[in-house]
Design a protein. Structure first.
Length: 179
């Protein structure tokens, strides 16, 4: 019995760690695109020099979707995604998605909602990059989707989260899909 409890506790801590790390990845992507911190945004491709807060950052008028959707898309949906590049509503939806997913996973609040939103986002990104170069049909986007699904399945039992506080808030009680 003690071994079973230890394994259960250890696996829940592993799911919590995966949730936190993925939350960090989504939140960091939001902050980098918003402020131009020099990782995916505002870094010169040739020299590697970083120009923090450059014109590519969203706060300086850049589009967080234009570069990826214009230059990286390939495969059967390439034209569809390229037509979405730089449109304000797409930028807003993408950035809000990164923020909500990142905060929800990192803090352990609205975990199930964040996980399913994250699955939708990474599957859309996967479809924009068809076909993966290293293994037919499978790349890191599919792995992220599977991990996010596991997180969604364990959302009610997440360790290291603010979920017990969050579920008592008026917002969570009013909008049960955010529990």
């Amino acid at each position: 019995m003690a071994v079973q409890k230890y394994i259960s506790d250890a696996s829940m801590h592993m799911w919590a760690l995966l949730r936190i790390v993925l939350g960090y990845i989504f939140l960091w992507a939001f902050l980098d695109k918003l402020l131009g911190l020099g990782f995916a945004t505002c870094k010169d491709k040739v020299s590697g020099l970083v120009d923090v807060g450059c014109s590519q950052s969203w706060l300086q008028g850049g589009s967080p979707t234009k570069g990826f959707l214009t230059n990286a898309t390939q495969g059967p949906f390439e034209d569809f995604y390229q037509k979405l590049a730089g449109q304000a509503w797409v930028d807003w939806l993408f950035m809000l998605g990164l923020l909500v997913i990142g905060l929800g996973l990192l803090l352990g609040t609205w975990v199930r909602f964040a996980a399913f939103a994250g699955i939708a986002m990474v599957l859309l990104m996967w479809s924009a990059l068809l076909w993966p170069a290293n293994a037919p049909g499978v790349d890191e986007h599919i792995i992220y989707a599977l991990v996010l699904f596991g997180i969604a399945l364990t959302a009610d039992h997440q360790a290291w989260s603010l979920n017990s506080w969050w579920t008592k808030t008026k917002i969570a009680k009013t909008l049960p899909f955010l529990k």
